[in-house]
Write a protein that binds this ligand. Structure first.
Ligand SMILES: [Zn+2]
Length: 257
């Protein structure tokens, strides 16, 4: 299985990051970690260099951090992405978050930042990992305006079933994580999305399985999403695993061992 979206840079992993990666390597084929803040760039790239056929990365600036990252840091991040393009698998996560950011002027700033990251993805020919919370219409409109229809776009943690048809029509991909257990809408999305458009994710360290005693989530939680999708679609988990692996390899152009 492949976890197409997690955050290995987070402090939850500080004490035993390398040990954990080695442990996960026994059970998973690959992990795509998402560098969401410029401060994590060196750590992310370091992990990709150390585990070149197992840890891959997506680099962006999360819309939630729009107030913390100034224009100079944005420019520097874009420059770094270009300078390290061979080590970077995708651009993101990026997008819009109107849940955490309510002020219209900062939402405007998010849209500017989003367009900048779309521009670099297009320039470098990289797939995009999209975060959208309470902002689906604006997110999709901007992607369409910027010519991303039928381009490699992955809607991460996607739960807005009323626009699913539009997402599918645009040829985009959807990643599904452990939150499928708690969300009826995500279960419907898992049922109605073509299987060749679904990837597995965890967004760990978030979505810890507290009832199983987990303090924080890990990429191994992709299994939860895989099993639930199989159950909903009346398939064997192995079939879901096989197809979602293929989807992730193709989407990110992963060079596995
Ligand atoms: Zn994330």
């Amino acid at each position: 299985m492949i976890d197409c979206h997690c955050h290995l840079e987070q402090k939850e992993y500080d004490k035993e990051r390398e040990e954990l990666i080695k442990e996960w390597k026994q059970e998973l084929r690959a992990i795509v970690t998402c560098c969401a803040h410029p401060r994590d760039f060196a750590l992310t790239l370091g992990l990709c260099k150390k585990y070149p056929t197992f840890v891959f990365c997506s680099v962006g600036i999360h819309p939630e951090y729009v107030k913390e990252v100034n224009d100079d840091e944005i420019d520097k991040t874009l420059e770094k992405i270009e300078n390290h393009k061979d080590k970077i698998t995708a651009i993101g996560e990026t997008g819009l978050d109107y849940y955490w950011i309510k002020e219209p002027e900062w939402q405007e700033k998010q849209r500017d930042l989003f367009r900048k990251l779309i521009a670099i993805a297009k320039k470098l020919g990289k797939p995009m990992v999209i975060h959208s919370r309470d902002a689906t219409d604006d997110t999709i409109n901007i992607l369409e305006e910027e010519g991303m229809k039928n381009k490699k776009v992955l809607m991460h943690l996607f739960n807005d079933k009323k626009v699913l048809a539009r997402v599918i029509d645009n040829g985009w991909f959807i990643s599904i994580g452990p939150s499928i257990k708690k969300s009826k809408d995500i279960r419907k999305i898992a049922r109605d999305t073509p299987l060749n458009k679904i990837l597995l994710e965890t967004d760990s360290p978030w979505f810890a399985q507290k009832e199983q005693g987990q303090e924080y989530g890990t990429p191994l939680n992709v299994k939860i999403a895989c099993e639930k999708i199989a159950e909903i679609r009346k398939l064997e988990p192995e079939e879901v695993e096989k197809q979602t692996d293929l989807n992730a390899i193709e989407f990110f152009d992963l060079k596995l061992k």
